[in-house]
Design a protein around this ligand. Structure first.
Ligand SMILES: *[C@@H]1O[C@H](CO)[C@@H](O)[C@H](O)[C@H]1NC(C)=O
Ligand SMILES: *[C@@H]1O[C@H](CO)[C@@H](O)[C@H](O)[C@H]1NC(C)=O
Ligand SMILES: *[C@@H]1O[C@H](CO)[C@@H](O)[C@H](O)[C@H]1NC(C)=O
Ligand SMILES: *[C@@H]1O[C@H](CO)[C@@H](O)[C@H](O)[C@H]1NC(C)=O
Ligand SMILES: *[C@@H]1O[C@H](CO)[C@@H](O)[C@H](O)[C@H]1NC(C)=O
Ligand SMILES: *[C@@H]1O[C@H](CO)[C@@H](O)[C@H](O)[C@H]1NC(C)=O
Ligand SMILES: *[C@@H]1O[C@H](CO)[C@@H](O)[C@H](O)[C@H]1NC(C)=O
Ligand SMILES: *[C@@H]1O[C@H](CO)[C@@H](O)[C@H](O)[C@H]1NC(C)=O
Ligand SMILES: *[C@@H]1O[C@H](CO)[C@@H](O)[C@H](O)[C@H]1NC(C)=O
Ligand SMILES: *[C@@H]1O[C@H](CO)[C@@H](O)[C@H](O)[C@H]1NC(C)=O
Ligand SMILES: *[C@@H]1O[C@H](CO)[C@@H](O)[C@H](O)[C@H]1NC(C)=O
Ligand SMILES: *[C@@H]1O[C@H](CO)[C@@H](O)[C@H](O)[C@H]1NC(C)=O
Ligand SMILES: [Cu+2]
Length: 590
């Protein structure tokens, strides 16, 4: 089917694609004059037709793009940057035929999709599948079970997700609606990074030198950097709005290595959903998203007619690191009379290390947890893990010029194990009993306890391996994620594949078992990516009801390159409804 058939799309010069959103018949009647009225009438309670399978073709191919005075060829999907949006209703099956017509090995990950019993379609390279090599196709096949809101898809091989990314928009199940005021229109806002260099080279140069990676040349909103950058006066995403309406913005952070604040000058944002799960409405002047996080906000166009800048600004939690200190701007432009010669309104940016704002935001989120959207927070724990997340160093090796600390190379680890990417997919090794690819001895606790956020240990070189921790089927799992001060504390956005989890607690310093008494087991937010507080900890809980091999990793791309990753192995339960089926016949081979 045509992915946009039942959505209202407008193309504007220099703007890419704007979704005119999820209108139901009632709303659209008020929008008489809307060119798309006829289409809107087709969509009653949901936005899409009643079919329950949605088919997409993704062709991965080069695209020539010019930004900030630089023209380059980047890897795209279907010649779009950002890539196409996937639209579906909750409960639908999605089939995406991905064909690789680029020169790189690639996979696509459907970030935040639970992949219940469909682990073969998850996407992380050499974890659930071997890559699609040039010329190969693979049909990703999964359902969107009990999730609605905004997620994203992105490449999951090397650093290709720097340009290969797009939104996943999941409307409420047919016949149901949002648990908040029905928006007049809705739009996808994807924050990203632009690199003048080829992102693959940025990665390989960093890994060769062992030092920190180059910083991006710009941040972007829907692929556009905005007027603060050179050659970019016209490269601005423009969102035109009517006054006195409520808009739903689906905000996504697709940056490789940067947490970003997002705000709309002079407007409050009411957060209603994060990472594909509803939360209690929370009003704020700015939101913050780590890479991989998504946030739906309502925006009321209640200010005087005019032009207001929306912006993305970096949140940098690590000390003494270089970063891109600029901001990406986009325009919110009211329909109506105003002085078009006046400069658009621009509110003040936060300081880059504004951890106070980040803490206020993240600790204010509460799961919706009403009678229709009940929370199922595990009240008891069967499997308890304490996992340190942090950096480290490794020896330079001979004949190298190493640019890490003290002429070493940077590395990173979880529980002192730096993840080694195998060359056969772990899920295949698991399913077909191929030995020598991974082991099941990832430790439940740090092997040598130390003052994690105090003075770092002198030996900062972790162990290496492809190690999984086994989570018994249907067990209630609690993981305390603990930042370390090794090579500096930093907020690591930890993402789990195959599971969303409840964030039951967080704090600064070292986790203390007495902290469990103040966990929120009533209405915690549910996410797939938790930004562990810098120099602190976060506690997450979930039920291990999805058999398979699941990558859990830092979503700062340089950190996963350095090994900040591990594997959850969840064995089958009883019978086919609790077991991972065999791989699809077209799964790429190594
Ligand atoms: C996908 O591509 C196939 C050809 O490979 C074509 O027959 C089909 O119509 C396309 N489907 C969509 C939804 O574009
Ligand atoms: C996927 O798309 C490719 C390229 O168009 C095509 O050759 C292949 O037959 C398609 N696969 C399926 C299952 O439709
Ligand atoms: C998708 O997966 C479902 C469930 O395993 C299966 O029944 C169906 O045949 C698959 N569809 C395609 C096109 O592979
Ligand atoms: C614009 O270009 C100048 C000259 O090359 C450079 O010094 C400056 O950093 C650039 N500004 C941005 C925001 O990239
Ligand atoms: C935004 O919210 C704050 C706190 O609730 C309030 O003081 C302020 O007036 C609001 N601003 C706008 C523009 O609504
Ligand atoms: C933020 O950075 C500035 C400049 O480096 C520093 O002076 C300040 O103490 C930092 N603030 C916090 C909250 O870390
Ligand atoms: C570099 O090595 C010296 C001497 O061993 C040590 O004191 C210092 O902390 C090291 N620096 C870093 C950044 O690891
Ligand atoms: C793998 O080993 C398990 C346990 O020994 C066995 O039940 C299963 O059939 C084996 N799978 C394959 C594909 O050989
Ligand atoms: C850990 O280090 C911090 C920071 O130096 C210090 O305040 C704290 O007392 C130390 N904790 C223990 C148990 O030594
Ligand atoms: C990490 O593992 C290495 C290798 O076994 C060991 O030398 C080092 O002391 C360990 N460090 C910590 C903090 O556990
Ligand atoms: C965690 O427990 C420690 C020790 O009792 C306490 O100092 C700290 O405030 C607690 N943190 C949170 C977030 O509850
Ligand atoms: C592409 O993938 C194949 C199969 O895993 C592998 O043999 C090959 O080395 C990969 N190529 C590159 C450039 O990584
Ligand atoms: Cu990290």
């Amino acid at each position: 089917m045509d992915p946009y058939k039942h959505s209202k799309i407008r193309k504007t010069a220099g703007e890419g694609v704007v979704l005119f959103g999820c209108l139901n018949a009632v709303v659209s009647r008020r929008a008489i004059g809307n060119l798309f009225l006829a289409l809107a009438l087709l969509c009653h309670a949901g936005c899409l037709d009643a079919s329950t399978t949605r088919v997409y073709n993704f062709t991965v191919k080069p695209l020539s793009v010019t930004r900030v005075c630089k023209t380059k060829s980047l890897v795209s999907v279907n010649g779009m940057y950002p890539g196409p949006t996937l639209y579906a209703n909750e409960g639908d099956r999605i089939l995406v035929n991905v064909t690789n017509s680029a020169e790189y090995n690639i996979t696509i990950h459907w970030h935040g999709v639970r992949q219940l019993l469909s682990g073969w379609s998850d996407g992380p390279v050499y974890v659930t599948q071997c890559p699609l090599q040039t010329g190969q196709s693979f049909v990703y096949n999964f359902t969107l079970t009990k999730q609605s809101g905004t997620l994203l898809w992105h490449a999951h091989a090397t650093w290709l997700r720097g340009t290969v990314y797009g939104a996943i928009v999941i409307f409420p199940q047919s016949g149901t609606s949002y648990p908040f005021k029905f928006p007049y229109k809705e739009h996808v806002i994807i924050l990203g990074e632009w690199w003048n260099a080829n992102v693959e080279e940025v990665e390989s140069r960093a890994l060769l030198s062992g030092g920190p990676p180059a910083v991006p040349d710009a941040y972007t909103i829907n692929g556009w950097p905005g007027p603060l950058y050179n050659c970019s006066q016209k490269d601005v995403y423009v969102l035109k709005v009517f006054p006195q309406k409520t808009y739903l913005l689906r905000v996504i952070n697709a940056a490789l290595n940067t947490d970003l604040f997002f705000s709309v000058s002079k407007h409050n944002l009411t957060v209603v959903e994060v990472d594909g799960d509803y939360i209690k409405p929370y009003a704020t002047d700015k939101i913050v998203l780590a890479p991989g996080q998504t946030t739906n906000v309502l925006l009321s166009t209640d200010q005087p007619a005019g032009r207001y800048y929306m912006w993305g600004s970096p949140y940098i939690s690590a000390q003494n690191v270089s970063f891109q200190k600029t901001q990406t701007l986009a325009l919110l432009e009211y329909k109506g009379l105003f002085n078009a010669a006046a400069a658009p309104v621009l509110s003040a940016f936060p300081i880059p290390n504004d951890t106070n704002s980040v803490t206020k935001f993240s600790t204010s989120l509460r799961g919706l947890a009403d009678s229709l959207h009940q929370a199922s927070v595990p009240q008891t724990v069967d499997k308890n893990l304490l996992i340190t997340v942090g950096l480290g160093v490794k020896p330079c090796g001979e004949n190298h010029i190493c640019q890490g600390p003290n002429r070493t190379k940077f590395t990173a680890s979880m529980n002192n194990v730096s993840f080694v990417m195998p060359d056969i997919a772990v899920l295949q090794a698991y399913f077909f009993n191929i030995s020598g690819v991974f082991t099941r001895d990832f430790p439940d606790n740090p092997p040598f306890p130390f003052n994690y956020t105090g003075l770092p240990p002198t030996n900062q070189t972790p162990d290496r391996g492809t190690k999984a921790v086994v989570l018994p089927f249907n067990s209630n799992v609690q993981v305390i994620l603990q930042d370390t001060s090794i090579q500096g504390t930093e907020s690591h956005p930890i993402h789990s594949h195959g599971y969303s989890f409840y964030i039951v607690g967080q704090g600064f310093g070292n986790y203390n078992p007495s902290n469990a008494s103040s966990f929120n087991l009533v209405d915690p937010p549910k996410r797939n990516t938790i930004a562990v507080p810098v120099g602190g900890w976060a506690a997450i809980r979930f039920k291990a009801d999805n058999p398979g091999i699941w990558l859990v990793h830092c979503h700062l791309e340089i950190h996963i390159s350095w090994g900040l990753a591990s594997l959850f192995l969840v064995p089958n339960g009883v019978g086919p409804s609790q077991s991972l089926p065999p791989p699809p016949p077209d799964l790429p081979k190594c």
